[in-house]
Ligand binder design. Structure first.
Ligand code: SF4
Length: 445
């Protein structure tokens, strides 16, 4: 497809800096004021009237009740404004204690010495947390515990060696034909197991200086082998539409960049971000893909469904990335419910990651056998395209390596021995034997 000339002005990104648009911008003036009333659906969900810069989502009954209880002076329209959500993210122990009962361990971790990975949870995502159960899966992913202070064997600040593969600030160039472009260190909600906790949320990282985007783009322009750019961070969808469009337009006009992907968790923790205006802007920059970070079926709310629907309707192929987390999503039933929910939302399950060994992540990590067990438990019991690829991102910068349970058992003469999802062995006559050696027989059967 020929690229359209959709570029904005050259030079600096709009507004100069690269910090989150929501934090520095004033609330937008309402373009088409509507009466601030709400309507209820038969299920009790709240239907929020549309406003130009607001998503116009349904508000689920649970979230509406949370808003009434803890943000009673906040209108549904403000609640559904993604900028309001970011400005009112929960970042202190005091705010958390107003909404839920902290365990002693959580309280100790939150008191800390100030050096810990920061806390931030959007009010929307906070509405999904169990106020009484510190072991609830979603709660464990966003509220710190003291285990974060423990450095375990094999853990590193930068386990994937991204800094060593960074030719210019903000770019990680590991594979021949693609780069990771880290455009912000800001997220609306911080995951306690974040692979980039060394830089995300710190607001000091060199990659995020105002001129780094131009340098990164120059690097991509000068390397014709780069055909795929993954825009990530931090969360790129915490940038304003204007900054994001400036960035996408720059990438879009580089002739050898064939596809751009956005890596984000915003549709999950900040579904209000997926506004009609954002979707209209994004659809100008096809082929544009999106990788969305999902963790657990409890995240698949009506609000998230709407966000994914709007993105998919804008022609953006959606795929998921999930980190395998001990006690959170490390069982077949949870993973099956997650992938079934995702495909209903037109999100293709893509990667299931072994939890990277960042410092203080030991309590999140499962054995590799557990990941293989889950993969085996999905194969044959759900649609093939709903099964994510289980991968380990090799420590030290080796890249992603897919792991699969052993289905090809070996060779017996001209037959390949195959084990199906029920554990039964079958033979497949493989007369074309030029590559025999890669399936050497693993013993008699
Ligand atoms: S959304 Fe991604 S970048 Fe942000 S804290 Fe979570 S894992 Fe890290």
């Amino acid at each position: 497809m020929e690229k359209q000339n959709t570029c904005l002005e050259d030079g600096e990104p709009p507004d100069g800096g690269l910090v989150c648009g929501a934090l520095e911008s004033k609330p937008e003036k309402e373009e088409n004021p509507v009466p601030r009333r709400t309507i209820r659906s038969a299920s009790g969900a709240m239907i929020v009237p549309k406003r130009a810069n607001v998503s116009g989502f349904f508000m689920s009954a649970r979230t509406a009740e949370f808003r009434r209880r803890f943000f009673k002076d906040v209108s549904p329209i403000e609640w559904n404004d993604w900028r309001w959500q970011i400005r009112h993210s929960i970042t202190t122990m005091g705010e958390l204690e107003r909404m839920l009962s902290l365990s002693d361990d959580e309280r100790t971790a939150l008191k800390g010495d100030g050096s810990a990975f920061p806390l931030a949870i959007t009010p929307y995502y906070a509405s999904l947390l169990d106020p009484d159960n510190p072991l609830q899966p979603l709660r464990r992913t966003v509220i710190p515990v003291t285990a974060e202070k423990v450095r375990n064997q094999g853990e590193h600040e930068d386990p994937l060696g991204e800094e060593a593969d960074s030719p210019v600030p903000g770019v990680v160039h590991r594979y021949p034909d693609r780069v990771l472009f880290l455009v912000t260190d800001f997220c609306s909600t911080y995951c306690r197991y974040c692979t980039r906790s060394r830089m995300v949320g710190r607001q000091t990282h060199r990659n995020m200086k105002a001129d780094s985007w131009n340098k990164a783009i120059e690097y991509i322009e000068s390397n014709p082998s780069i055909r795929d750019v993954l825009v990530s961070g931090g969360d790129p969808l915490t940038l304003s539409d204007e900054r994001l469009e400036w960035l996408l337009s720059r990438l879009h006009r580089i002739p050898h960049v064939e596809v751009v992907r956005i890596g984000t968790k915003a549709p999950v923790v900040l579904p209000q971000r997926i506004t009609p205006a954002l979707c209209r802007m994004l659809r100008k920059y096809h082929p544009l893909w999106m990788s969305i970070h999902f963790t657990h079926p409890q995240e698949l709310t009506e609000e998230v469904e709407r966000a994914c629907e709007n993105l998919a309707n804008a022609g953006i192929p959606l795929q998921s990335q999930t980190v395998l987390l001990a006690g959170i999503n490390d069982n077949v039933d949870t993973m099956r419910r997650l992938v079934h929910g995702l495909v209903k939302m037109r999100v293709r399950p893509y990667y299931l990651y072994q939890c990277d060994p960042i410092i203080g992540s030991g309590h999140f990590r499962t054995s590799v056998a557990k990941g293989l067990e889950i993969t085996r438990g999905l194969r044959g019991y759900t649609s093939g395209f709903a099964i994510p690829m289980y991968v380990i991102d090799c420590p030290g910068g080796g890249g992603k390596v897919p792991l699969t349970p052993e289905y090809a058992m070996g060779r017996d003469g001209d037959d390949i021995l195959l084990k199906n999802y029920e554990g039964n062995i079958y033979r497949y006559f493989d007369g074309k034997t030029e590559n025999r050696e890669h399936l050497s027989c693993k013993g008699s059967l």
